[in-house]
Design a protein around this ligand. Structure first.
Ligand code: AKG
Ligand code: FE2
Length: 323
């Protein structure tokens, strides 16, 4: 399978209708997979409409996020992610740096991993094992955030067969690699940046995501997210009401030997008002080896990456970000 270098200087980000995802008709699924394939090869980003996360689940989580970030800093710092051994909890402004060439990111964050409603977390998440930590004093916060988490994980699971089809593989190709979804969810808060903006301190510095793909909810009406095309031009990922953004991460780039693109992106909130976003990073099981899929390797596209497990890869990237 070859990459299509000619067409990677994309100017727009495609919108894909997921209505067909629930259909079993092979032609309908093949057409959808073709759209996904083109987006993954040429852009690494696409919007989805008619996704399965209910509007009420989204608004419940956004309200919970607003309450959390308005807690006093002293309460939030009791959950400091830097004190956690498994990257769970709160990140203060300037508490991480997504682009080593920058100084720090101007956002606050709150990170969780898998947990079921009854409070169980998984003991076997390899290098990322460990419980979530939750704030006190916001009734319903944990339930609202976990409701979104599980809805987004379900959406993510339904996308793997589509990515497999898009790669010309059997639909169940990723099933045994995603038995216990290693999904990290973040609530993000970006204060507005007005006046002269120091390019080395922006909302989130230029980076690629680490996992297979990210499901991102972004706030309507605020343009902040930008995606880098092959010509070095930043393309605005303009918020489209009712859609989510899906972008590929490094695990997919490694698996597909860069046939699928993990595209650089950043966010700068110059809107004058506060912005919220919710990424969910969907990774493969932590013990899976990120070896190139044979059909993605050829004489013209020899293996580009050393094999590493998914867990080791994500952990090493998180350690570099949360210095
Ligand atoms: O807030 C956004 O729009 C992007 C967030 C992002 O890129 C990330 O958290 O990796
Ligand atoms: Fe990102």
């Amino acid at each position: 399978m070859e990459t299509n270098a000619e067409s990677s200087g994309f100017q727009t980000i495609p919108v894909i209708d997921l209505k067909a995802l629930s259909m079993t008709d092979a032609h309908v699924r093949a057409k959808l997979a073709k759209e996904v394939r083109e987006a993954c090869i040429n852009v690494g980003f696409f919007y989805v409409k008619n996704h399965t996360i209910p509007e009420s689940t989204i608004s419940g989580t956004v309200e919970a996020a607003k309450k959390f970030f308005s807690l006093p800093i002293s309460s939030k710092m009791t959950l400091d992610i830097h004190k956690s051994t498994n990257f769970k909890g709160y990140t203060a402004l300037l508490g991480e740096n997504s682009n080593p060439e920058n100084r720090a990111d101007l956002h606050e964050g709150f990170d969780i991993g898998w947990e079921d409603m009854s409070g169980l977390h998984r003991a076997d998440d390899g290098v990322m094992s460990g419980a979530n930590i939750w704030p006190d004093g916001i009734p319903g916060f944990r339930e609202a955030v976990l409701e979104y988490y599980h809805a987004a994980v379900q959406l993510g699971q339904s996308l793997f067969p589509l990515f497999a089809l898009a790669l010309g593989l059997p639909e169940d190709f990723f099933d045994d690699k995603t038995t216990k979804p290693a999904a990290i969810m973040r609530l993000l808060y970006y204060p507005p940046q007005t006046g002269v903006v120091d390019d080395r301190v922006i909302g989130i510095g230029a980076h690629t995501d680490y996992e297979c793909f990210t499901i991102l909810w972004q706030q309507d009406d605020i343009q902040a997210l930008q995606v880098l095309n092959k010509d070095g031009k930043w393309i605005d990922a303009v918020p489209i009401p009712g859609t989510l953004v899906i972008n590929l991460g490094d695990q997919f780039a490694r698996w597909t030997n860069d046939v699928f693109k993990s595209t650089v992106h950043r966010a700068v909130n110059r809107s004058g008002i506060e912005r919220y976003s919710i990424p969910l990073f969907f990774g493969s099981d932590y013990d899976v080896k990120l070896e190139p899929i044979p059909s993605c390797v050829s004489e013209d596209n020899p293996p580009k990456y050393e094999t590493i497990t998914a867990g080791e890869y994500v952990r090493s990237r998180l350690e570099a970000t949360f210095y």
